[in-house]
Every structure is written in structure tokens, then in C-alpha cells.
Design a protein around this ligand. Structure first.
Ligand code: FES
Length: 102
């Protein structure tokens, strides 16, 4: 069953317009912040496994640092093909904790 787990504190979140990698158990997540809206998704790019959390945030998308595929921060859908998608997780902030449904 999916449940909310704490992945980090709010002080560890990336600044607006940025992303970072955050580990939760043995899973690595890409956490992006665009204008204060936090998006959490799998860190592994479905193209060749690039680290999405090391990518750039731009116009509602995370841009993979390896070959620049772009994924929607809300849906995880790739910009150029419906065949590639990243799993996006429901996230919420409670007090100083960032919680994600994993
Ligand atoms: S590994 Fe992400 S675009 Fe190629």
C-alpha cells in the first residue's frame, strides 16, 4: 500500500527554479521546485538512465542533463513522445517535513 513517507525537511528543498536528488531508502528521487510548487518524481531518465535531479527546471519541465529530454513536472510525460514517462509522486508539506506518497 502506498503511504506518505518523509523524504527530507523543507530546508533541504531546492530553491525555486532548481532541482536536486534526494534519497529515500534505496530509491533516488528527483525533487524540483518551480515557483514554490514541489514536484517529486523518479530520478532515472527513461531514455538512458540520466539523473533527472541534476537537470534544469524550465517552463514546467525538468530537463535531463544527459540528452535534454524534457518531462512535465506534473505528469512526468516526455515532451516529444508519449512512449516515455517518468513516475510522479504525490507530495505535500506538513510543518517542516516534505512527505511523498511512495
Ligand atoms: S538519459 Fe535522459 S535524455 Fe538521455
Amino acid at each position: 500500500m502506498q503511504q506518505f513517507v518523509r523524504i527530507c525537511g523543507t530546508s533541504e528543498l531546492p530553491a525555486s527554479g532548481a532541482a536536486r536528488e534526494i534519497a529515500s531508502g534505496d530509491r533516488m528521487l528527483c525533487v524540483a521546485n518551480e515557483g514554490g510548487v514541489i514536484s517529486v518524481m523518479d530520478n532515472v531518465c527513461p531514455h538512458r538512465g540520466g539523473p533527472l535531479g541534476q537537470g534544469m527546471v524550465e517552463a514546467g519541465k525538468i530537463i535531463c542533463p544527459w540528452h535534454a529530454w524534457a518531462f512535465d513536472l506534473k505528469t512526468g510525460a516526455a515532451e516529444h513522445t508519449p512512449l516515455a514517462k517518468v513516475q510522479v509522486y504525490e507530495a505535500k508539506i506538513e510543518g517542516e517535513d516534505v512527505l511523498v506518497k511512495l
